[in-house]
Design a protein around this ligand. Structure first.
Ligand code: SAM
Length: 292
């Protein structure tokens, strides 16, 4: 099977199988070999690696992964793509195709089975409609992984890198920076995909920290506070938290935040009573949640 990363080869497969792109699955297939080579180099794939690919599509990136990695598990939700993948990847004996929803599958189980529980690498041209839940799910469920190298919408890539004082700063920035070192590797124009997406894209590498850069006593509480703070980002932190639904109390039970409680913590931290959540750094959110 020839490489699929050209407009001609991709069109041929689409025609051969009378495949119809499904917008609801975020299907924009890569047709540029240079971008794929750059992704493989960025992910530093070697013959030691077990790679999980999210959304292989017709197998364009999977071909490259199969050639560089020891083992590839490709998880694709669209069952119409499965016979195509079985054809385009037939010459590789190190690829397992799984017809599942990545948000429902047990990735830790896959890492256990295929890689003896050692860290896997995640590589994907992500379906943009579920970028955030995929990334959060991978981190929060503690899947053993060393890095995530992904194509995302450019705007989302920008959000991963920024700190307080920018409009892009939010819950995703804090979660990514708590778990990993984010690097935007390159921007990719719509012309590199078929069909062309309506937005610009970027390749990002997230290298998982072995230990988070800040000390957080209760991660669940930490992220509940962050989500509540950014749900109403134009409100003061006090109002955003008091208006939010319950957060986990120190006794492990759900308990509603009181104005006084937040006020005392802000005072202890030397922060203004009218500060907004969007002004707090990762370190300050960590301290703040530890003081609850
Ligand atoms: N990897 C291919 C490429 O680069 O050409 C396709 C990338 S395309 C942007 C995203 C792929 O993710 C599609 O094949 C789509 O069907 C698949 N997908 C969408 N939602 C998914 C989900 N929840 N679980 C697994 N795959 C999904």
């Amino acid at each position: 099977m020839a490489y699929l990363a050209t407009p001609t080869a991709t069109s041929e497969i689409i025609r051969k199988y009378n495949f119809h792109f499904q917008k609801k699955f975020g299907q924009n297939f890569l047709i540029d070999a240079n971008i794929l080579e750059k992704i493989i180099r960025t992910a530093e794939i070697t013959k030691e690696d077990c790679v999980i690919e999210i959304g292989p599509g017709i197998g364009t990136m999977t071909q490259y992964l199969a050639e560089h990695a020891r083992e590839v598990v490709a998880v694709e939700i669209d069952r119409n793509l499965i016979p195509i993948l079985q054809d385009t990847l037939s010459e590789y004996n190190n690829v397992t195709i799984v017809n599942e929803d990545i948000l429902k599958i047990d990735i830790t189980g896959i890492a256990d089975e295929k890689n003896g529980g050692r860290p896997v690498k995640i590589v994907a041209n992500l379906p943009y409609y579920i970028t955030t839940p995929i990334i959060m799910g991978l981190f929060e469920s503690n899947v053993p992984l060393s890095s995530i190298t992904i194509m995302v919408q450019k705007e989302v890539a920008d959000r991963m890198q920024v700190g307080p004082g920018t409009k892009d700063y939010g819950a995703l920035s804090l979660a990514v920076q708590y778990y990993a070192k984010p690097e935007v590797i390159m921007n990719v124009p719509p012309a590199c995909f078929m069909p062309k997406p309506g937005v610009g894209s970027s390749v990002v590498r997230l290298t998982r920290f072995t230990k988070p850069p800040v000390n957080v006593v209760d991660e669940k509480k930490f992220f509940t506070i962050i989500r509540a703070a950014f749900n109403q980002r134009r409100k003061t932190l006090i109002n955003a938290l008091v208006n939010s639904s319950a957060i986990v109390g120190s006794d492990g039970k759900n308990k509603k935040v009181t104005r006084d409680e937040v006020s005392v913590i802000l005072e202890k931290m030397g922060l203004s009573q009218t500060i907004r959540g969007e002004a707090l750094t990762l370190e300050e959110f960590a301290k703040f949640s530890n003081l609850f």
